[in-house]
Write a protein that binds this ligand. Structure first.
Ligand code: U5P
Length: 237
């Protein structure tokens, strides 16, 4: 089933599917990187958590009418997805201030954004994924004005669903990153992953950070935090 390796990123490998032009296999790696690859480590088992957590998130979103590239999990570390060409724009939605926005704009951590903020970043490792505006997105990619509006409204729709999804397991979603791709029909499709690597998740009761910030900030054992999230999800979803 799994064909040639097409691409290897920091967190995943992308394989062709033998005999299919419109599907891919994503294989989640155990590697963790932060600060644009300056900090690196490997955690045995991390790929499994991100694969299985992403599968649960995309299944939930589908149930709520938000489609994505996700088709099904194949095993602990791999999932079958619709083939898309990724648009090199990372879309970040922020409900509560944390991370780069506190440093860039001097906004106090935990400031609540009502309505949520939607930001665009140019997905380009060599440049450190700089923040961009709509005009830059049109210059740098083939997205149209209408498609960018669609991407932003999908990002906000995903946010509405994710807030409930994580609230149900006692977590607040402070912010997260999405990627979109284009399928063979030219349609914009929610792609990539939604996992504790790409979201900031805080325990509702204790405020404890339960995401990749544990690695970024050396706060403790990353795997036990990811295991805790998967256990909470398996208990309710
Ligand atoms: N994020 C990613 N990948 C990136 C950059 C950011 O997944 O390359 C996610 C972070 O995990 C966080 C949100 O949930 O986007 C905002 O990150 P930051 O801009 O505060 O670093």
């Amino acid at each position: 089933m799994k064909g040639n390796l097409l691409y290897e990123g920091k967190a995943k490998q992308v394989f062709e599917v033998e005999g299919s032009d419109d599907q891919l296999v994503l294989s989640y790696k155990n590697d963790a990187t932060a600060f644009n690859g300056k900090k690196k480590a490997s955690f045995t088992g991390k790929g499994k958590y991100n694969n299985l957590i992403t599968a649960k998130v995309f299944e939930y979103l589908k149930d709520k009418g938000v489609n994505s590239h996700f088709i099904r999990a194949l095993n602990d570390t791999e999932q079958l997805v619709e083939r898309t060409t990724i648009i090199p724009v990372e879309v970040v939605v922020r409900n509560i201030a944390a991370g780069s926005i506190t440093r860039r704009l001097g906004i106090a951590e935990k400031t609540v954004f009502t309505p949520p903020l939607v930001e665009l970043y140019y997905k380009k490792d060599e440049l450190g994924d700089p923040i961009i505006n709509d005009a830059h997105a049109f210059l740098l990619t083939d997205v149209t004005e209408q498609e960018l509006q669609q991407i932003k409204s999908m990002a906000l729709a995903v946010n509405t669903q994710l807030q409930v999804f994580f609230e149900d397991i006692g977590l607040t979603i402070a912010d997260f990153k999405l990627e979109f791709g284009r399928n063979k029909n030219g349609e914009i499709i929610l792609s990539d992953e939604i996992s504790p690597d790409t979201c900031r998740l805080w325990d509702v009761n204790t405020g404890e950070k339960m995401d990749k910030d544990v690695f970024r900030e050396d706060l403790g054992d990353l795997l036990s935090v990811y295991d805790n999230i998967l256990n909470r999800l398996e208990a309710v979803k």
